[in-house]
Design a protein around this ligand. Structure first.
Ligand SMILES: C[S@@+](CC[C@H](N)C(=O)[O-])C[C@H]1O[C@@H](n2cnc3c(N)ncnc32)[C@H](O)[C@@H]1O
Length: 228
């Protein structure tokens, strides 16, 4: 089994500096190649999680398409796209797909067009410029509500309609075990009520959610609608 070449961030961080600190963690060609080649295939568990996440996101995409009543008419944004894990699936459902990531190394590891290097905290896109945004495995990297709020506000500004995102929930075995162990991992689970108040403040409403392993694992997927 290959090991994850992850660097654990240093503990105290400045709210303003965290997005840049996180971007730098991913500006690493070894880590990018690992993410592309091993991260989701290195073990049966990794493969199961990957397959499950793809199925959950695809299910939500299909629900968006039916709710919109225009099959295939969705302009999509994948932010952060990483090394393009969701690209093929998204391309089957949308009319266009834009891929954005803060890390040049991650983009270079899986080039696709069109793609852009930019931060989710400041998207270089017009208001309501896409119908659907996927934001996979980003929010749990931010400790403070303010850091998450900036991302949520940007997603709500750029999406005219739908957002599917993941975050780490704190009411499960994995989160409790990590808390008891007291290890700083650079991953920040939050409560469901905290999540609800943050999305509501950003003008978003939850339509549905799916758990990777309810009660066991932290990762939760949520389908959101931009409030009219
Ligand atoms: C765990 S990976 C997830 C990649 C992809 N979404 C997936 O699920 O396979 C986290 C990604 O977030 C990117 N990232 C980190 N900070 C970011 C920011 N502020 N804006 C956009 N992307 C960011 C990293 O470069 C990395 O590609």
């Amino acid at each position: 089994m290959s090991r994850t070449p992850q660097s654990i961030p240093e503990k105290p961080h400045d709210e303003q500096q965290r997005p840049e600190q996180l971007r730098r963690e991913y500006e690493d060609s070894t880590r990018a190649a690992h993410y592309r080649d091993d991260r989701w295939t290195r073990s049966p568990r990794a493969r199961r999680t990957n397959a499950k996440e793809l199925a959950i996101v695809e299910g939500f995409v299909q629900q968006c398409t039916s709710a919109q009543g225009e099959p295939g008419a969705q302009a999509m944004l994948d932010i952060p796209c990483g090394t393009g894990r969701f690209r093929n699936m998204l391309q089957q459902h949308g009319s266009t797909l834009m891929s954005i990531d803060a890390s040049r190394e991650m983009l270079t590891a899986a080039p696709s067009a069109p793609q852009l290097q930019a931060s989710a905290h400041q998207l270089p896109l017009l208001d309501n410029s896409v119908d659907f945004i996927l934001c996979s495995r980003l929010l749990h990297h931010f400790e403070t509500s303010a850091e998450r709020a900036t991302v949520l506000a940007e997603l709500a500004r750029v999406s005219g309609k739908w957002i599917v995102l993941s975050y780490f929930d704190n009411a499960n075995f994995q989160a409790w075990r990590n808390k008891i162990r007291g290890k700083f991992r650079g991953r920040f689970p939050i409560s469901r009520s905290q999540f609800q108040s943050e999305i509501s403040a950003a003008g978003l409403k939850e339509r549905d959610r799916r758990y990777i392993q309810r009660g066991l694992s932290e990762q939760v997927w949520v389908w959101l609608e931009v409030k009219a």
